[in-house]
Design a binder for this molecule. Structure first.
Ligand code: GLN
Length: 487
C-alpha cells in the first residue's frame, strides 16, 4: 500500500477534501518523518510542530462546517528561510537575522495558506541566497538525501532535500540565478522558476532584485503547476509583479510532444559538462524524439558572458540591498564601542559570513563612484544582448532544453574554498535568469553512482503553460521521478 508521504500534493488535497484523511493526520505524518529523518539531513532550520497541527485543525474545522477549502487543503508545505512570516523568525541563513521577526507575511505564503496549505517549517539555505551548495548557512550544511556525503545544491538546498526525502510534498524556494533548479537537479526533484514577476516578491528577503523569483520544489510537474496556480498574480506589494493573468491551462493537455520544436543551444549542451551528465542527457534527448518532438540545433552566442554578467549584477544589487543591515535595525549587533562606524563595522564583520562579505566587497567596488558605467552599465548591456539571443532562438523553436547542472551532487567541502568552481555550477541556469524566462528542472536519469541528473526546460516569457505541459509529457512517459531517496 502506498503510504501518505508518497502521495503528491494534488492527491493529498483530494483525500482531505473528501474527508478520507484529516489535515491533522497529514501534518502529523510529515512531522513524524521530519523528527525521524531530519536530524541527519538538516533540511529544516525549524519546524512549527504544534502550530502546524493547530493550523491543520483549523482546516479540518472549516471542512466540518461545510466551508469551501482551497486546492491545497491540508497539504503540508515547507518554505525557504528567506520568506517572512508575521511574528516568526526569518534568518535568511544568516547570523545577521538570527532573531529577526517580521511584522508581515510574504504574499506567496499568504496565498498558499489561503489555498488551504499548512505551513510546516522553514528550510535551510545559503546565506541570503548566495551559494550553490547550502554550505554557506549560519545553521550549518544540509545533506543530500541520496548521498549524505554530498551537498543538496543551493541555495534552496533545504527545500530540495526536504522534498527529496518526502518530508513534505511541496517546498517554496527562491531562484536568482538557479537556486531552485540546481538543487532540484542535484536532489532528483522538480524545480520551477516562474517568469520574473509572475509570483510576488513581497516578503522575499532581497538578494538581487532584478533577478529574484519565488519558485517551488515538488515531486511532480503537476504539483508545481498547482503551486503556481495558487501563488501567481499581481500584487500591490511588488511593483514588478505581472498584471497579466496566468492563462487557464491543463497540464495534461498534450498526449505527446508532436508538433513541438525543441531547441538545443549548443553552448549549453556540451562544453564543460561532466561525461556522466552528457550520457544521461543524450538518453533524455532520444526520449524527447521518441515522444514526437523535433529537436533543432540553435545558438545563444552571448551565453559565454552569462556567468560574469550575472555575478556582476547580483553582487552589485546585493551590495545595495544588504546595506540596510547596519547593526541598528535588524537585531544583530557586533561588540564595539566608540563610534557609529565601529559599531556598523563590527556588526557587518561578524553578522555576515565569508561569502556574503566577499560579494559585498566586490559589489560595492563595482558600484563605486565613477565605475558604474564600466561595470554595472556594461553588464546591463550584456544582459540585453543575451535577451536578444533568446528572442532569436525562440523565433525558430517553442522551447529550449539543456542539462540543469554541469555536474551531479558533489562532496561536502569539495568546492567551498574555490568560489570560482562554485560559481561555475550556475553556468547553465543563469542565462534564463538574466532573461527573466520561466524555466524548470526535472529528473531525467542517474549517474553510475546513483546521483540524480536534471533536464532543464526554458520557455519564452510568460509561457509557463507550455513549459509545464512539455515537462509533464516527459514525466508521464518516463519513471525517473519515481524512486524515493529514503524509506
Ligand atoms: N548560486 C547563485 C549565486 O550564488 C544563484 C543563487 C540563487 O539563485 N539565489 O548567486
Amino acid at each position: 500500500m502506498t503510504a501518505l508521504w508518497q502521495l503528491s500534493a494534488r492527491q493529498l488535497a483530494r483525500l482531505v477534501q473528501s474527508g478520507e484523511v484529516s489535515a491533522r493526520e497529514l501534518a502529523r505524518t510529515f512531522l513524524d518523518r521530519v523528527d525521524r529523518l531530519d536530524p541527519a539531513l538538516r533540511a529544516f532550520v525549524d519546524h512549527r510542530g504544534e502550530r502546524a497541527l493547530a493550523d491543520a485543525d483549523a482546516v479540518d474545522a472549516a471542512l466540518a462546517r461545510g466551508e469551501p477549502v482551497g486546492p491545497l487543503a491540508g497539504v503540508p508545505v515547507a518554505w525557504k528561510d528567506n520568506l517572512v512570516r508575521r511574528g516568526e523568525v526569518t534568518s535568511a541563513g544568516s547570523r545577521m537575522l538570527a532573531s529577526y521577526r517580521s511584522p508581515f507575511t510574504a504574499t506567496a505564503l499568504q496565498r498558499l495558506e489561503a489555498a488551504g496549505a499548512v505551513l510546516l517549517g522553514r528550510t535551510n539555505m545559503d546565506e541570503f541566497g548566495m551559494g550553490s551548495s547550502t554550505e554557506n548557512s549560519a545553521h550549518g550544511p544540509t545533506r543530500n538525501p541520496w548521498q549524505p556525503d554530498c551537498v543538496p545544491g543551493g541555495s534552496s538546498g533545504g527545500s530540495a532535500a526536504a522534498v527529496a526525502a518526502d518530508l513534505c510534498p511541496l517546498a517554496v524556494g527562491s531562484d536568482t540565478g538557479g537556486s531552485v533548479r540546481q538543487p532540484a537537479a542535484l536532489c532528483g526533484v522538480v524545480g520551477l522558476k516562474p517568469s520574473y514577476g509572475r509570483v510576488s516578491r513581497s516578503g522575499l528577503i532581497a538578494y538581487a532584485s532584478s533577478l529574484d523569483c519565488v519558485g517551488v520544489l515538488a515531486r511532480t510537474v503537476d504539483d508545481a503547476a498547482l503551486w503556481l496556480r495558487c501563488t501567481a498574480g499581481s500584487d500591490p506589494g511588488d511593483p514588478t509583479s505581472a498584471a497579466e493573468a496566468l492563462p487557464e491551462f491543463a497540464v495534461e493537455a498534450r498526449p505527446d510532444l508532436r508538433g513541438l520544436r525543441i531547441g538545443l543551444p549548443w553552448e549549453l549542451n556540451g562544453p564543460g559538462l561532466a561525461d556522466e551528465i552528457e550520457a544521461v542527457l543524450a538518453d533524455a534527448r532520444a526520449q524527447l524524439r521518441t515522444l514526437g518532438a523535433e529537436l533543432v540545433e540553435c545558438s545563444l552566442p552571448h551565453v559565454s558572458v552569462a556567468v560574469p554578467t550575472y555575478y556582476l549584477l547580483a553582487m552589485a544589487e546585493a551590495a545595495s540591498n544588504l546595506a540596510r543591515y547596519d547593526g541598528v535595525r535588524y537585531g544583530f549587533r557586533g561588540a564595539a564601542s566608540g563610534s557609529c562606524e565601529a559599531m556598523t563595522t563590527a556588526s557587518r564583520s561578524s553578522g555576515f559570513g565569508a561569502e556574503v562579505q566577499r560579494r559585498l566587497l566586490l559589489g560595492t567596488f563595482a558600484l563605486s563612484c565613477g565605475y558604474q558605467d564600466e561595470y554595472y552599465g556594461k553588464a546591463t548591456q550584456a544582459r540585453e544582448r543575451l535577451r536578444e539571443d533568446f528572442r532569436r532562438a525562440f523565433a525558430g523553436c517553442d522551447l529550449l532544453v539543456s542539462p540543469t547542472s554541469p555536474v551531479p551532487a558533489f562532496p561536502l567541502g569539495s568546492r567551498i574554498d574555490d568560489p570560482l568552481a562554485m560559481y561555475l555550477c550556475d553556468a547553465l541556469t543563469v542565462p534564463a535568469s538574466l532573461a527573466g524566462l520561466p524555466a524548470l528542472s526535472q529528473p531525467c536519469g542517474r549517474t553510475a553512482a546513483g546521483l540524480p541528473v536534471g533536464l532543464q526546460w526554458m520557455a519564452p516569457p510568460r509561457r509557463e503553460d507550455l513549459l509545464l505541459q512539455a515537462a509533464h509529457v516527459f514525466e508521464r512517459h518516463t519513471d525517473h521521478h519515481l524512486p524515493r531517496a529514503l524509506p
